[in-house]
Design a protein around this ligand. Structure first.
Ligand SMILES: Cc1cc2nc3c(=O)[nH]c(=O)nc-3n(C[C@H](O)[C@H](O)[C@H](O)COP(=O)(O)O)c2cc1C
Ligand code: SF4
Length: 254
């Protein structure tokens, strides 16, 4: 479930957004539809009920409907229906967009290189426009959690153990991290557990080289050497070793 902003900026608590009767909003959306091939807004029509974006209030109402319908859990996120950076946020992925090995994939994904270049420019603008405070969906998750019994999962920019603990205490019954698992597949070993320091954090730099590469058909892996080097150092120092595994294997010895 999402608070979705077809016009490009993150949906926040605010007045009812303009309807699709707004000609400037329609022109902007049509341009983005043409670039990103997002048919949803073309289908939305211009009836009295059609809106240019959904608010947090809409997301809370959607959460209630999903819970009433029997969904096991909901994940409230602020995003857009376009292929853009609203759901991940972070830095503009310069090296991925410039990687010659990804060029054919971008051409295929966006139908031509000029179109891919236009998406990259949009990507760059969005990297400046979207806020990226840790846990940017937390307040929305809290609002939904306060209205439904089904578990709410919060994700989006959570990197540090203290942030996870705080989000669990105040905003959601479950928390998730996405990109950091590309750079540290065994991150839970380092981040979870009762005796983990609150300052322990994922090494992911939110550079998005992994995210944009997946649009080009590549698999989901961290593509930033400096970050992978840091993870390698941590591995050499045993950061991903499971102390309990060592203890139990000691106990198993005949
Ligand atoms: C490559 C990639 C693909 C994603 N695909 C989806 C998706 O299909 N549906 C979805 O709801 N979120 C998707 N997400 C968003 C993540 O679930 C998550 O909300 C987002 O990455 C923010 O969390 P993070 O800061 O921990 O990465 C995707 C993220 C990445 C990086
Ligand atoms: S490429 Fe690596 S450092 Fe960059 S966002 Fe992805 S996982 Fe994080």
């Amino acid at each position: 479930m999402t608070a979705s902003d077809g016009a490009g900026s993150a949906a926040g608590s605010r007045d009812r957004p303009p309807t699709l009767d707004d000609p400037v909003a329609i022109a902007g959306m049509r341009l983005r539809n043409r670039l990103y091939r997002a048919p949803l807004l073309e289908c939305a029509g211009t009836g009295d009920d059609a809106v240019g974006r959904l608010t947090d209030d809409d997301a809370v109402a959607a959460g209630e409907r999903l819970a009433d319908a029997g969904f096991d859990a909901v994940v409230p996120v602020r995003t857009s229906v376009f292929w853009d950076m609203s759901v991940v946020r972070g830095e503009f992925p310069t090296s991925a967009w410039r990687d010659p090995e990804l060029r054919d994939g971008f051409r295929a994904a966006f139908e031509s290189l000029p179109r891919a270049a236009a998406v990259a420019v949009g990507n760059w603008v969005e990297s400046l426009a979207y806020g990226r405070e840790p846990g940017w969906n937390r307040d929305l998750c809290r609002r939904v959690r306060n209205r439904i019994d089904a578990p709410v999962l919060c994700e989006g920019g959570l990197r540090e153990r203290s942030q996870l603990d705080d989000a669990l205490a105040r905003d959601a019954g479950l928390v998730g991290v996405a990109r950091p698992v590309y750079s540290e597949p065994e991150l839970p070993t380092r981040l979870l557990g009762e005796r983990v320091d609150p300052g322990v954090r994922a090494v992911c730099a939110d550079c998005n080289n992994c995210a944009v590469a997946q649009a080009a058909g590549e698999s989901g892996v961290c593509r930033t050497p400096s970050v992978l080097r840091t993870a390698g150092e941590l591995r050499r120092h045993g950061a991903y070793d499971r102390p309990d595994a060592a203890e139990s294997s000691d106990g198993d010895d005949p």
